[in-house]
Design a binder for this molecule. Structure first.
Ligand code: HEC
Ligand code: HEC
Length: 213
């Protein structure tokens, strides 16, 4: 019996993965594939979604991979998600900006109901980023916090250092470096003019100092 349940779970997961794969193929091979590819990096997999079986996770997988890679709920602080989802739902309904581009893409794109959109927002908020409180870490505004402040606040709120241990931070920072390369922004070896260089050692030192023990 238990085996059967596991087998069913496996097949429903495999089916989901197929759907995500299919959606990815659809937008990647569209005439706007390159632009859409750059919106979010491919570093976050469906299997990494928190509370994977929950309705929020399932709806996020159904609706949010139709035009770009999957977003990590922990990418943004809670108060950012309602506005972002609203912007995305308008697009799915064919009423967003990037109208022309999105209309070409729209064939086959499905929009969530109001109820489903609320579930997605609640899910993303529940698993969102805890932003850094500068009152608790005044060093963030001093010269020794600068590398971290400039590099790590470009795409999302500065994360609370207590989120990870020092060892985990090294891995996250390495992944962020990939995210940045992906998005063609700050790359340590090849600085874009006018953008701060990525000072990895300083960033890791700042995070390690305040990391979860
Ligand atoms: C109809 C196509 C489409 C769908 C479906 C879609 N998005 Fe987007 N998304 C876009 C476009 C275009 C951009 C880039 C412009 C922008 O940021 O608004 C974007 C950008 C983003 C970004 C990066 C910008 C930021 O503010 O961090 C996130 C995060 C995001 N989408 C999350 C989502 C989520 C969550 C869903 C599901 C509720 C979703 N998207 C569904 C088209 C879509
Ligand atoms: C180019 C945009 C970009 C920059 C710059 C950036 N991030 Fe991120 N960050 C992302 C994206 C996209 C995600 C979600 C996907 C993922 O987790 O890889 C994310 C997710 C996160 C998360 C939540 C996931 C987790 O594992 O805890 C943390 C924490 C984080 N970033 C920290 C940082 C730090 C520290 C820096 C500076 C070194 C940084 N970010 C710079 C784009 C960026």
């Amino acid at each position: 019996m238990r085996f059967l349940v596991l087998l069913l779970l496996f097949f429903s997961y495999a089916a989901k993965a197929d759907e995500v794969e299919e959606a990815r193929k659809r937008w990647q091979t569209s005439p706007h594939g390159l632009m859409l590819e750059r919106i979010l990096p491919p570093t976050f997999e469906a299997s990494q979604l928190p509370a994977p079986g929950s309705p929020g996770a399932r709806l996020t997988l159904r609706y949010c991979v139709q035009c770009h890679n999957l977003a990590n709920p922990a990418m943004h602080r809670a108060d950012k998600w309602p506005g972002i989802v609203e912007r995305m739902v308008l697009r799915m309904e064919g009423r967003g900006n990037l109208g022309g581009l999105m209309t070409e893409m729209m064939a086959g794109v499905k929009a969530p109901s109001e109820e489903e959109a609320r579930t997605i927002v609640a899910y993303l908020r529940r698993h969102s980023q805890q932003p850094l409180d500068p009152a608790l870490y005044p060093e963030v505004n001093q010269p020794s916090g600068e590398a971290f402040r400039l590099a790590c606040g470009q795409c999302h709120a500065l994360p609370d250092p207590k989120r990870h241990t020092a060892a985990q931070w090294r891995e996250v920072v390495a992944r962020m470096q990939e995210n940045m390369e992906w998005m063609n922004r700050v790359v340590g070896s090849k600085p874009v003019r006018g953008e701060p260089q990525l000072r990895i050692e300083e960033i890791n030192a700042f995070l390690a100092k305040y990391a979860r023990k």
